[in-house]
Design a binder for this molecule. Sequence first.
Ligand code: A3P
Length: 357
Amino acid sequence: MYNQVRAMGSHIRYSPLPSEEQNAFSVKTGKFSLPKITRLKCIGLVFIILVTVGLVMMSCLRSGYFSKSAVCNTTKEKTVFDDQESKSSDRMRIHHMKRRLPQCIIIGARKAGTRALLTYLNIHPDIVVKGPEMHFFDDDESYQQSLEWYRKQMPYTYPDQLTIEKTPAYFTEEDVPERVYRMNKTIKLLLLLRDPVERTVSDYVQLAEGKKARNKPIEKFEDHVIDSHGNINRSYKAVKRSIYHKHLSRWLEFFPLNQIFIIESQELVADPASVMYDVENFLEVSHKIKPGNFYFNKTKGFYCIQTDDQQKCLTESKGRTHPAVDPDVIRKLRKYFTPHNRKLYKLIGHEFDWAES
Ligand code: A3P
């Protein structure tokens, strides 16, 4: 405007710089051209705007804004350790997201690596997990709240995503198989089985931690597991939970074996990527969980998860130090579990490499 007025002979007196004068209206060409400095300013302004927009977009992408925003979210991106509950916003309903009953449940066994399995499954973009244990089918009070209540506890999912929850107590509680069957007789079940001696010790460690937290006295493992006659204490819960064939038999009254995918715990510890490959096959989802998603953490002594921007191990309560148990008690336990393990092998048509005596 300033240059135009000046060139048209206005009486308003401005004193432009000589270089600016050269870029005013040209009578010869009949065109206006911006003075060089103004042009530079414009280019500078456009550059600043572009850089600012770029930076804002980058920071949005890094913070996951686009994957969480109802407006921008057209993909199913999620971070490995997302608490799926945080996705349960009302805004997501407009994207056909619903809370659905689980199509797969990790039923146990307790202390056999159920948290690790759930965490690894959560890497998969077509799987959404319920983080906290539900205890719906094993707890009468919860169960009486109805399936609709249970469904509402689940995270939101897209129609083509699987919902998975884990409650290891389901494996050993009597009424659970029938209750699960009544919900969905085609449900897929995942079951981890750990060497029963190790599982019993791990169970004891967990129970002892609970007592410690409640300031209760803690007895030695040996005192729990051996009765007054020097035999295995069969009524000790940690021992009872390790009689796998008994618990599995109850599940097999309702579900065929091919609906239950059994994983040996040590295999998951030693090679999570190849176990997850088989689990993906069982769940009929594409292969998205890769060896690159895992790295071995020497301090933790276990595999941890690696994603583009984070490394994460399970919490301290997973991978606890076990007490040094009297070797004689270990021998008694092995002897006690051996016939039970053989019954299990017969039931599933497969043997595990668990020590016998
Ligand atoms: P310990 O604490 O006895 O070593 P759950 O999650 O069912 O309670 O099982 C806990 C067990 O998971 C742990 O038992 C540990 O052996 C096993 N585990 C498997 N993979 C693990 C991992 N990546 N990090 C930590 N613990 C893991």
